[in-house]
Design a protein around this ligand. Structure first.
Ligand code: FMN
Length: 302
């Protein structure tokens, strides 16, 4: 069973991925947050995010509205030596979906089919896809299964929700089970894995999965993959602080100014260490500068 770190915009950056592998590891592949065209090119920071990556297996993820847009993105990525690419067909945000990207493409069967069929022209790249059950309805995916089955896709990651569910509420596990019974590609499950128990339940319910992808659970507890594999029982305070402090230093080096660094660090605390008190979390979130922040984090750790 493969274990993947999910792409999370603003969180699973090169600094996070590199330091996660250095301090914790246990992850078979790291996905970048989605990369898209902006004014006809890739954003410099997305290119740097790939170039600065040191993890043993990196899978850049791209967000394209159709086969043409995908082609343009790949023209930028191929010179960077990318050999594995993941297609984002699951982003639920209305401004993305309304332009036919992310989960938006799931409701446009012909455009989806054309993009997936176009993959066969890129002989040097191995593709995967990350998708939801649909944009408006969980029935949409049923129409896409034949295209997926006859494609070049190496594996398919499914987050069993539709776009309007965003990232909340019950997972649609019956629809996931239906998809598994129809899809002939290796399948990766993604959604709400926070503990080893959550992981074990999915694996026992669906023993034929190719892998499990974890997002927020691995941010909350960067040691989770090691707990799952039995290498370590729990996250040690010392290990967490060493990881955290190096992440803070790496962001300080890349970004200009304390406020920028702070604005990149605080979003992690929406998820990090779910067991600290609400008061300690609030204090961290209200930090006004880096020394304030460092003091609040130290005091949260007790
Ligand atoms: C802040 C945030 C950013 C995300 N960015 C991406 C992204 O760039 N690409 C993507 O495919 N999914 C993205 N996702 C979705 C996650 O990859 C994942 O599918 C979702 O969080 C459910 O998995 P989890 O319950 O293990 O976190 C994002 C989710 C969140 C909360």
């Amino acid at each position: 069973m493969k274990l993947f770190l999910a792409p999370l915009q603003g969180l699973t950056t090169a600094e996070f991925r590199n330091l996660h592998e250095k301090h914790f590891g246990g992850v078979d592949a790291y996905f970048t947050p989605f990369i898209r065209l902006e004014k006809g090119a890739l954003r410099k920071r997305d290119v740097r995010d790939i170039e600065n990556s040191t993890v043993s297996r990196l899978i850049p993820q791209v967000l394209a509205a159709n086969a043409d847009e995908l082609k343009k993105i790949l023209e930028f990525l191929m010179p960077l030596g990318c050999k594995e690419i993941d297609l984002n067909c699951g982003c639920p945000f209305p401004p993305v979906c309304s332009k036919g990207r992310g989960a938006g493409i799931l409701a446009r069967q012909d455009v989806f089919a054309e993009m997936i069929e176009s993959l066969s022209q890129y002989k040097d790249i191995s593709f995967s896809i990350k998708l939801r059950l649909g944009l408006n309805s969980a029935d949409e995916i049923k129409e896409l299964v034949p295209v997926i089955n006859s494609s070049e896709l190496k594996f398919v990651t499914l987050h069993p929700r539709i776009a309007k569910d965003q990232y909340k509420g019950a997972l649609r596990m019956d629809d996931f089970a239906n998809f598994i019974s129809e899809c002939q590609k290796p399948i990766v499950f993604n959604g709400e894995i926070r503990t080893k128990q959550d992981y074990d339940k999915i694996v026992s319910d669906f023993p034929d999965l190719y892998g499990i992808m974890i997002g927020r659970g691995l941010i909350a507890n960067p040691n989770l993959a090691n707990e799952i594999s039995g290498i370590s029982e729990s996250l040690s305070k010392e290990k967490f602080m060493a990881f955290h402090d190096e992440l803070k230093d790496a962001l300080t080096q890349r970004l200009e100014g304390e406020q920028q660094t702070l604005s990149h660090l605080l979003p992690y605390w929406e998820y990090l260490l779910p067991d600290i008190s609400a008061k300690a979390r609030k204090a961290i979130m209200k930090s006004r500068n880096l020394s304030d922040y460092t003091r609040n984090v130290r005091s949260a750790m007790g």
